[in-house]
Design a protein around this ligand. Structure first.
Ligand code: F3S
Length: 644
């Protein structure tokens, strides 16, 4: 039987397990990346493992999230990461060099390699034919130490692309269409593979826009073949030697298949507050807008920016619209500066932001109250923009730029002929903002710089024989990691300070939760479907751990968050009968009288609702290895145990 692209890469990197759907597999990891918001914690964890030097082929630490530096905290974190990187063999991408996924695609991504990153949009690397997966910081720390990365063998979903994109319709519209068809749960437990004649018409950055938002499908990752288009991109980056061809076998078997006819697509928009709440721009045309933000790891490539510049050239943003643009990398920014396109952007009245995540992570540019903001980003969860009642619509750069000029949502197809913007034969290459690690010899003298904002991560203890605690919080479906641990300019600087962060845990849903958790010292969270969707942020597990949360009992989990809970030593449980969810009220007393024995024996977990006097069963959503991990009190304890 033939293999899919992903199956080929998995087979080459398999260190444990069988490639049958659902079984635990361990993968050798070639490359890792971190960003600063999750990286500080990942490097504290790496240090705790006591490994001198990373064992991966390439590990890169990016600074792109917390770049505002309104106090000493961010600067201290950056210095800490820079010194850790230097000492332990990690490349360091300085603030200003760009967004991790954009820079990684340009300078480090290699077809056929495995990459895990402590950021949920790591699948951007699938655009260049990598098996690129978002993971928790602890997973990344273990991979840097030479350990395998474990997932359940995913199903394979083929997206067959036919036809060719019409003028003014772009890669963003493709992935919004896929989201409309598959929804935010449609990719869970699957790798999405793009195939078909339409693939060849998409450039690598366009493919990367599509794989980037595979994260919103809940997919393990998404991947494109590595073909002549990939080769040309790598050659233009001066890295042709990194290219190798990669395609699925003609007789590869997929578990599911859908077809998207590129020729039939039109500009799309994801409406508040979910990336799968997709309508055509045509349906929304004329809606008054207050703000336009262009950038993020989804849409900040050279091609995206050039298309925006060509729309804005010689025009002015509507006087009711705040237009902010952040190029994705120093390479992109510099090329725009040299070829004059930056002048067109500035001339139109755009507020040019630094090459960083910026408004995407709530670092500035929050819209006005109830403001309507068009963004080329990947997420439009409630409150993520920093304005609680902000209305965020996700659109393509073309739609965003056209609308910025008119002040209302505008279909870019009304602009007339689209200017052809070719991929450059050679990108502007200057890696002077990437600092190489010290040699092993020099590394001995590198001192780790630790500011007062760097606090140790919470300690964990092995799972107790029984758990007895209140249902401290009951939440509904689609709780995101932004609900659990909000982002934003006020909180992000404290990503290395769990005690401080704990004051904000779940405050989007329930302002009293942190105080209540501290009062009781222990608890269980009860939730609905798709709990923990969104980012890879392990703080959404570490902060509840700090607050004494012992188990999370839900209808279903998002993959990365479930793994992060297990890594933290919190027991992730799924109702056997979903109707039991309705029989639990917040503050009910729950007990799990034989939890340790049941988990050791891989049995269903008995849960008693002591308040209402009934018993039901839940399933621990864990692989065998994760079970050992939770019994040991989390991945760090487990890894130490394994290393003797
Ligand atoms: Fe940054 Fe937003 Fe991407 S926070 S990594 S630009 S999803």
């Amino acid at each position: 039987m033939g293999l899919t692209i992903a199956q080929k890469i998995i087979r080459e990197h398999l260190v444990s397990g069988e490639m049958t759907v659902g079984s635990d597999i361990g993968l050798k990891i070639d490359q890792t990346l971190t960003q600063d918001a999750t990286g500080t914690m990942a490097y504290l964890e790496f240090e705790a493992m006591g490994v001198d030097r990373v064992k991966t082929e390439k590990s890169v630490a990016y600074i792109d999230h917390n770049t505002l530096q309104t106090g000493f905290e961010n600067a201290d974190d950056h210095r800490f990461i820079q010194s850790v990187a230097k000492k332990h063999g990690i490349w360091f991408s300085r603030p200003g060099n760009g967004i991790c996924h954009q820079v990684h695609l340009e300078r480090f991504g290699i077809p056929g390699k495995t990459l895990i990153g402590s950021d949920s949009h790591t699948p951007t690397g699938g655009g260049i034919g990598m098996l690129a997966i978002g993971a928790g910081g602890l997973d990344v720390a273990v991979a840097m130490g030479g350990g395998a990365y474990h997932i359940n063998m995913p199903k394979m979903l083929r997206v067959n692309l036919t036809g060719r994109l019409p003028a003014w319709v772009s890669a963003k519209d493709v992935i919004l269409k896929v989201l409309q068809v598959l929804t935010v749960k449609g990719g869970v437990g699957k790798i999405v593979e793009y195939a078909g004649e339409g693939v060849a018409s998409l450039t690598v950055p366009e493919r990367a826009t599509i794989t980037n938002m595979g994260a919103e499908l809940g997919a393990t990752t998404s991947i494109f073949p590595s073909d002549t288009v990939t080769r040309q991109f790598l050659a233009a980056q001066g890295r042709e030697a990194d290219w190798k061809p990669l395609s699925s076998d003609a007789d590869a078997v997929y578990d599911e298949e859908i077809t998207i006819d590129l020729s039939a697509l039109e500009p799309m928009a994801a409406c508040p507050h979910s990336p799968d709440n997709v309508k055509t721009v045509r349906e929304l045309t004329g809606m008054k807008i207050d703000q336009v933000c262009i950038g993020s790891c989804t849409n900040s490539s050279y091609l995206d920016m050039m298309r925006v510049a060509s729309i804005l050239k010689g025009k002015t943003a509507a006087d009711t619209v705040s237009l902010a643009i952040a190029p994705g990398s120093k390479q992109v920014y510099n090329m725009l500066a040299k070829n004059g396109a930056l002048g067109d952007i500035i001339g139109a009245g755009a507020r040019v932001l630094e090459c960083a995540c910026g408004p995407c992570i709530g670092m500035g540019q929050s819209p006005n109250s109830a403001g309507i903001s068009l963004r080329t980003f990947n997420r439009n969860f409630e409150g993520r923009s920093g304005t609680a009642d902000g209305q965020i619509f996700l659109v393509s750069p073309e739609t965003a730029a056209a609308s910025a000029l008119t002040g209302v949502l505008t279909d870019p197809r009304t602009l007339g002929d689209e200017a052809a913007i070719p991929m450059p034969n050679a990108f502007l290459i200057n890696d002077n903002m990437v600092i190489a690690p010290a040699t092993p010899e020099d590394a001995k003298n590198v001192k780790i710089l630790r500011g007062p904002n760097i606090k140790p991560f919470p300690t964990t203890t092995p799972l107790a024989d029984s758990i007895s605690a209140k249902a401290l919080l009951k939440v509904g479906d689609n709780i995101t990691t932004d609900h659990i641990m909000p982002a934003g300019a006020k909180i992000l600087p404290y990503r290395s300070n769990i005690p401080y962060l704990s004051n904000f845990c779940f405050t989007v849903c329930d302002k009293e939760f942190p105080a209540r958790a501290k009062e009781y010292g222990k608890g269980i969270i009860v939730g609905g479907q798709n709990y923990g969707q969104g980012s890879s942020r392990e703080h959404a597990a570490l902060v509840p751990l700090y607050l004494g949360i012992q188990a999370v009992l839900v209808k279903s989990f998002a993959r990365i968050h479930c793994a992060n809970l297990a890594n933290a030593g919190i027991l992730p449980l799924v109702f056997e009968a979903e109707s039991d969810y309705d029989r639990i009220d917040e503050m009910d007393d729950l007990s799990l009288p034989q939890v340790r024995t049941e988990l050791e024996n891989a049995q269903p977990i008995t849960v008693k609702n002591e308040t209402k006097g009934f018993t039901f069963r839940a399933k621990a959503q864990l692989t065998n290895r994760q079970r050992e991990m939770v019994l040991a009190g989390g991945l760090l304890n487990y890894t130490k145990q394994q290393n003797g």
